[in-house]
Design a protein around this ligand. Sequence first.
Ligand code: PGA
Length: 242
Amino acid sequence: MKIVCTKDYQDLSRKAAMLLSAQIIMKPNAVLGLATGSTPIGLYAHLVEWYQRGDLDFSEVTTINLDEYRGLPRDHAQSYHHYMYTRLFHHINIHPDHIHIPDGAEPDPLRACAAYDVMIQRVGGIDLQLLGIGLDGHIGFNEPGTAFELGTHCVDLTESTLAANQRFFASREEMPKQAYTMGVKTIMQAKKVLMVASGKEKAEIVKKAFFGRVTPQVPASILQMHPDFTLMGDQEALQRIL
Ligand code: PGA
């Protein structure tokens, strides 16, 4: 495990974007595993800026997103499709056929998830997987207690995740109660993993996940076993481990 400490959120966003850019420069047809959430927003803004400046070319890049709410139409303002298109895909020259996000509109979980794992194999696996970390140690929608050997699957959102994400929806009723997510096994199969963490609220879970026991109760802790894992956090997020 490598740990990179950045000054603040802006510095984190720029340096994480540099690592993704380096991957694309070294391998123009790279397969990038992408994440949503608030932490990667600055990073995606940098990628768009550098593309628009002519420094990056996404024409051969493939992207595979971690997760999506089950039952939300793609164009719903809170879908992860919408997040990815508005923050990144609409602004770069990625080929539409190279973009993969679990299909939240597919009602059959088996079909949605098995097809996703087959697709990941077909494109040759993920070169670099970007991750955030939840306050409870989740990665993707893999919540505490998740089996490490699962591939892409359907999950019931936990009370803590429903509570954390409810602010994005008009009411609790409108909020999806399930999601499709890459499993821990899928994530661990990525050749490289980059986690971004920002803010003092993440300090405790970062310490628990990477300096505590490897346990399904803290899904991110399994990354201690990954052969090429980088934790990049700002000073606030890393304050308990520096
Ligand atoms: P955040 O989410 O980036 O909004 O903190 C991280 C996560 O829940 O994976």
